[in-house]
Design a protein. Sequence first.
Length: 485
Amino acid sequence: MTAPNLESGTATDTIAAISTPPGRGGIGIVRLSGPEAASIAALLVRPHQPLKHAHARLADVIDIREAADAVQEAADSEGARARFTSIDEALVTFFAGPNSYTSEDLVEIAAHGSPVVLELLLRRALELGARLAEPGEFTQRAFLAGRLDLTQAEAVRDLIDAQTLTQARQAASQMGGALSRRAAPVKQSLVELIALLEAGIDFAEDDIDVTPQTEIARRIDRITPTLAGLEASFARGRIVHDGLTLAIVGRPNMGKSSLFNRLVERDRAIVTASPGTTRDLVTERISLGGIPIELVDTAGFREDARELLEEAEQLGIRRSHEALADAALVLIVLDATQPLIEEDRRLLDAVEGRPAIVALNKSDLLTAESESASASQSTLAGLPALPTSALTGEGIPALRERILALATGGAAAEPGMLTNLRQHQAVTTAHSALADAAKANAGGIPHEMILLDLYRALWALDSLTGQTTSDDILNLIFSTFCIGK
């Protein structure tokens, strides 16, 4: 990626890109940012009124047929309009730097969403001296100019990629600086402790007392719980951000596909009375409490008679085993009207120690006596067991709640959660460094050595917001953005 000047946070060139998704639509936007954004835009459109900061102006999109130098000469003349043919109408919004998204002069041309018109505008902008923007370069310029910190920049991408309302709310909270505000008091306390120790070392010959060991321990103990809570927030933040995969497994004819359809609330998987209907994996993404969960309906496990099965069903069972191994959560479906057999027990053993739930399906077929016995069976092989009926819908709400509880692990939603591995590694490093500083202080280690650990914690917190993040990491992060953002 050709990036803006990393030291000054300013750009010397003007970038342009189509900021709306490919294809046809009601509106399409071409975006320009940089020192020549306004002058280039003046050769692409002819506004009915002069451009003004933060005001939208109706304009004609020019179908230019002359060479660029001729257009440049005629642009300001009275007869210029006669030389141009309008190909579209657009709304043009100008934002003068530094009061723009990128802190540079920025122009957005909102024309009709015709790929032909948008490509014409972009092609002409490039001919007039703009450069095609790299993925995420608009947001990268905003970051380098200090308009956003790195957690807010990442939230821009997360908001664009959001698939559930909870994900969108989480991203919007991060864009507003929730994570930065949560980390700020920790950093401030850390800086104050470092300054205290540095003063004791630098002015040891003056009348400044060396900070007592108990005071250092007290200050570290005050920082640690907040940092630990921030680190723990990753448990739920990652799930909200990335979602989970739930594999639905069991023997043939247990009602797996019927439960699958109940959970997705439509007839997604084929259901028949014949065992072995599902020959391949069927997947569908749903949202439970705002958590994106990918459900995987698998072929029925038939271990004992595998050599007698058709090749297609054998391949389906093999893929079922792979799905079982890869899934973060497992839903084992059993027939509530049948006793456990060896294949059921093998499945229960296979998920030992893993997040799993047992659905005792077909509970609507139970007699009064067996229903009473099933209701009292709240666990099976140490796993939560819930009576369900894919036919009537009985127990489905409770199953959804149990899946959601299992997915989140009981972690509560909170503002300023860590949502990706980079953020988690930064906070984990800071927490570990602080623990090392506490251990060194308790062992009577000189303050110069304690400061090394404290500075390591401070550097890690700075990398969280991007103050000390390397160019390679920045380029990697922004390269995952869409072009035009």
